[in-house]
Design a protein around this ligand. Structure first.
Ligand SMILES: N[C@@H](CCCCC(O)O)C(=O)O
Ligand SMILES: [Mn+2]
Ligand SMILES: [Mn+2]
Ligand SMILES: [Mn+2]
Length: 351
């Protein structure tokens, strides 16, 4: 199994310069070194380079539509190719408008994918409902089949085609949802967990309900789109749209660990008997059996992960930037199998 890393240094989905340097600061925080600790191979595809289109007048009040559309079209091809080559793909943003290309490219290879969106925001505005005109607040609207009669033909996005049903999407971490977005969440019956829901249910229950909702009928590839602003701004200050009352470090890491555990772990989604039988086998110390099982699913069902909105120009100090970038690396590592309990090694490797 292998992991491919692709940088997308892009910022035109919003107005604050600096987020185009996200890939660099995440790498500078030791990403490749941390990934080298795993037993899967790692391929660094470097950074995409995006051309800035000179003529790019706003469409309604949507900023840089042709530049954002072209960047995402290029990204979608790169993501589709990486997934088709058998890699688990890690896309480093860049602002969240990049999810249009990332999820579309993934869906071209895996139409049955499900999408877990970890974010303070729903990012589901249409050009008509957007309060800012920023496309990083609109990516989900390009994906949902149910929203297509509400989406105009934005210049630069004629290549896009909706591919996602509302039932295949779950939000975690919401705490700043616009009126139009709220209307869409409710009318399409989208499953979401706000920070209030996390306070009430606890993150373990949130993940159980998320996986039952998405995986009970059948196992399928997961696309995790992680906006660093899902975390509390005290942990992730270097980002463009911070909102108080975000995820704790432990909640964010738990989300990542549980996403890694999909496909092999005790998740019910209808297979209680099988998981209890596997537990029974472990009693007889069939570690060989367990390690074979888990190593073949090194990233669980995770197939593509976006890590977006790290903006080094917005940290109040170098330490604030470093803390934000390191947090991003920690979430990535946990999504790919790093555990808090320690990792298997063979006794004969210990002198
Ligand atoms: N909902 C706001 C803020 C969006 C924040 C985007 C981020 O989550 O990627 C807007 O649409 O402008
Ligand atoms: Mn700059
Ligand atoms: Mn976002
Ligand atoms: Mn956000």
């Amino acid at each position: 199994h292998s992991v491919a890393v692709l940088g997308a240094p892009f910022s035109k989905g919003q107005k604050k310069r600096g987020v185009e340097h996200g890939p660099k600061v995440i790498r500078d925080a030791g990403l490749m070194e941390r990934l080298s600790n795993f037993d899967f191979s790692v391929h660094d595809f470097g950074d995409l380079n995006f051309q800035h289109l000179e003529e790019d007048e706003p469409y309604m009040d949507v900023k840089f539509p042709r530049t954002v559309g072209a960047a995402n079209k290029k990204l979608s091809a790169a993501v589709r190719n990486a997934v088709s080559a058998g890699h688990t793909l890690l896309m480093l943003g860049g602002d969240h408008s990049l999810a249009v290309g990332s999820v579309s490219g993934h869906a071209q290879h895996s139409p049955d994918l499900c999408l877990i969106w970890v974010d303070a925001h729903a990012d589901i505005n249409t050009p008509m409902t957007s309060p800012s005109g920023n496309l990083h607040g609109q990516p989900v609207a390009f994906m949902l089949k149910e929203l297509q009669d509400k989406m105009p033909d934005i210049p630069g996005f004629s290549w896009t085609k909706p591919f996602l049903s509302s039932r295949d999407l779950v939000y975690i971490g919401l705490r700043d949802v616009d009126p139009g977005e709220y209307q869409f969440l409710k009318s399409f019956g989208i499953q979401y967990f706000t920070m209030r829901d996390i306070d009430r249910l606890g993150i373990q229950r949130v993940m159980e309900v998320t996986f039952d909702h998405l995986l009970a009928r059948k196992q399928r590839p997961i696309h995790l789109s992680f906006d660093i602003d899902a975390f509390d701004p005290s942990l992730a200050p270097a980002t463009g749209t911070p909102v108080n009352g975000g995820l704790t470090y432990r909640e964010g890491i738990y989300i990542a660990e549980e996403i890694h555990n999909t496909g092999t772990d005790h998740y019910s989604y209808g297979f209680h008997f099988l998981w209890s039988f596997l537990d029974f086998l472990k009693v007889f110390d069939c570690l060989a059996f367990e390690s074979n099982l888990s190593s073949s699913w090194c990233a669980g069902l995770l197939s593509v992960m976006d890590m977006v909105e790290v903006n080094p120009d917005l940290g109040a100090s170098p330490e604030a930037v470093e803390a934000t970038a390191t947090l991003a690396v920690d979430v990535i590592a946990s999504s790919l199998g790093q555990t808090r309990e320690g990792a298997h090694t063979s006794m004969d490797e210990i002198p």
